[in-house]
Design a protein around this ligand. Structure first.
Ligand code: C5J
Length: 220
């Protein structure tokens, strides 16, 4: 059993029953020219967490435990992209439009790939998800159940959108979740702070949160 200092209380997990879930660290969100920027965001805020994510991923791989990567990705014919999602707002490019890194949020396009610094290794699970949550319309729950997973450690972007939605979905499916605070980021720092607070409030109503240093210390 591994025990780490977390908020609002200690988080304990067994490595064979725990997966690291890395949410949407894809070029569309992290690099200029992708979906994040078309929505008017400063994408440089997100790239700041990459070194911390790399350290956790390296340690987790070193421990031999399960890694899951997700990408927000739609089918090329956009059959899994509801018009309400595609047509909302006034972005400079919509989902499916051709951008500097290929079609925005479309599976297989260059912008849809996970950034090279965190690229999946052969054998790691990669989930393409059409929604914000990692469980909606994906095989993730089934794969985790088959692997005997009960605990999920989360990192990735953005904190208050896909990370929070995925943690809430995980919580409803019975997983014990932990968010690595310095390995997640938002285009809006106040939203990140609020999301972290609300997830761990009320006795970790969605899950616990911890600094990645607390995890790394115990993995070492
Ligand atoms: C967004 C995400 N923000 N991965 N996606 O649209 O958080």
């Amino acid at each position: 059993m591994i025990r780490i200092d977390a908020n609002p209380f200690e988080y304990a997990f067994e490595l064979p029953r725990t997966a690291l879930v890395i949410i949407d660290m894809q070029r569309d969100f992290i690099e200029p020219g992708g979906f994040g920027e078309t929505l008017g965001n400063d994408v440089s805020l997100l790239s700041a967490i990459v070194p911390a994510c790399q350290r956790v991923l390296a340690a987790w791989r070193g421990a031999g435990a399960l890694v899951v990567h997700t990408r927000e990705a739609h089918a090329p014919d956009l059959s899994d992209c509801p018009p309400a999602k595609r047509n909302r707002g006034n972005p400079s490019l919509r989902i499916g439009d051709a951008g500097p890194m290929g079609r925005i949020l479309v599976a297989g396009e260059p912008g849809n790939q996970i950034i090279p610094a965190l690229a999946p290794l052969p054998g790691e699970i990669v989930i393409d998800k059409p929604g914000k949550g990692a469980f909606y319309a994906t095989p993730l729950h089934e794969l985790l159940q088959k692997a005997g997973i009960t605990h999920l450690l989360f990192m990735g972007v953005t904190t208050e959108v896909c990370v929070q939605t995925s943690m809430r979905e995980a919580n409803d499916r019975g997983y014990d979740g932990l968010l690595l605070e310095d390995c997640t980021e938002s285009y809006f720092p106040a939203f990140k702070a609020a999301a972290v607070d609300m997830m761990r409030a009320q006795g970790a109503i969605v899950g616990c949160t911890a600094a990645s240093a607390a995890l790394l210390q115990q993995l070492a």
